[in-house]
Ligand binder design. Structure first.
Ligand SMILES: C[S@@+](CC[C@H](N)C(=O)[O-])C[C@H]1O[C@@H](n2cnc3c(N)ncnc32)[C@H](O)[C@@H]1O
Length: 274
């Protein structure tokens, strides 16, 4: 097996389909996910879209389909993934949804009608060459791209999956932390009239979840972040870059169950006293 296919093998494992099919109740899922920056950005911007077709690249077991049906049923969803096991599970869970296995280079999409929106959450940084992949993604939709990926403010992108990777389901997958400015340049090269809204949730990315990352990704001063982007492909103007970047202070993750329980108890005790 060549290195490229070895790096993709993790997503074919049954364990991936199981992990990305959490037993959480939908209401809990919705509460958690709607707090993530990419969901918030979509909510802020979707009204400016003229079309209503939506593709989800790296859809795993398809839970975004359920959310879109619930919150924005006016959009027509199609989920794609390279993982046959994840797509099989998505089809079982949501028989009325559209899900297909796709080639890793997205070549299958070339002959299809361009969708309005392309969504790719936690997919770009798992590519061997994230900027090249992002360039491909940007050419697919007609109006907008929504992403979550990993960025660093300081230092060059270490674009070598042997030095920047994550252990997943018994395989190494690339985990490339892109320099934010390089990322922005790539976007404007492909889409000079883009308007980019980016929200960064800063956190050292090294040291957790089986990641083998360059040492700087452990240091707060590198400014590594989970970064969400809403890229409107036509809302700006060439030579007049419109780039809004903000940092989110609170954690996008909801507080753990024990903390919520404690808060509830404290409120009840306070009410009892009052
Ligand atoms: C970390 S998971 C994220 C799943 C989902 N988007 C989410 O946010 O929960 C990455 C997914 O992207 C898929 N993937 C990886 N490379 C891909 C590629 N080149 N094209 C399409 N899907 C890809 C994997 O199979 C996996 O299901």
């Amino acid at each position: 097996m060549g290195l490229e296919s070895e790096w993709r093998q993790a997503w074919q494992e049954q364990g991936h389909a199981v992990e990305f099919d959490p037993p959480d109740h939908y209401v809990w899922w919705r509460r958690s996910y709607e707090n993530f920056n990419e969901f918030r950005l979509f909510e802020q911007h979707w009204r400016n879209l003229t079309g209503r077709s939506f593709i989800d690249i790296g859809c795993a077991t398809g839970d975004l389909y359920r959310w879109l049906q619930d919150r924005h049923s006016e959009f027509h969803y199609h989920g794609y993934d390279i993982s046959a096991s994840a797509i099989e599970r998505a089809r079982k869970k949501y028989p009325e949804g559209a899900f297909d296995v796709i080639e890793a280079d997205l070549s299958d999409l070339e002959s299809r009608e361009p969708p309005t929106v392309l969504w790719a959450r936690d997919v770009v940084h798992h590519q061997v060459d994230p900027l090249k992949y992002l360039s491909r993604l940007l050419r697919v939709p007609s109006e907008a791209v929504v992403l979550r990926l990993r960025t660093r403010d300081v230092g060059d992108t270490v674009a070598d999956p042997e030095l920047s990777c994550q252990w997943a389901y018994g395989h190494w997958v690339p985990f490339i932390v892109s320099n934010f400015d390089e990322l922005v340049e790539t976007i404007y090269d492909i889409a000079p009239a883009a308007k980019i809204s980016a929200v960064k949730s800063y956190a050292p990315l090294g040291g957790s979840l089986g990641r083998f990352l360059p040492k700087e990704c452990y240091y707060p001063e590198t400014g590594t972040a989970e970064t969400a982007m809403y890229i409107s492909l036509t809302a700006g103007a060439p030579n007049d870059r419109r780039l809004e970047v903000s940092a989110r202070e609170d954690s996008p993750l909801p507080p753990p169950v024990w903390m919520r329980g404690l808060r509830l108890l404290t409120r009840r005790i306070a009410r009892g006293r009052g």
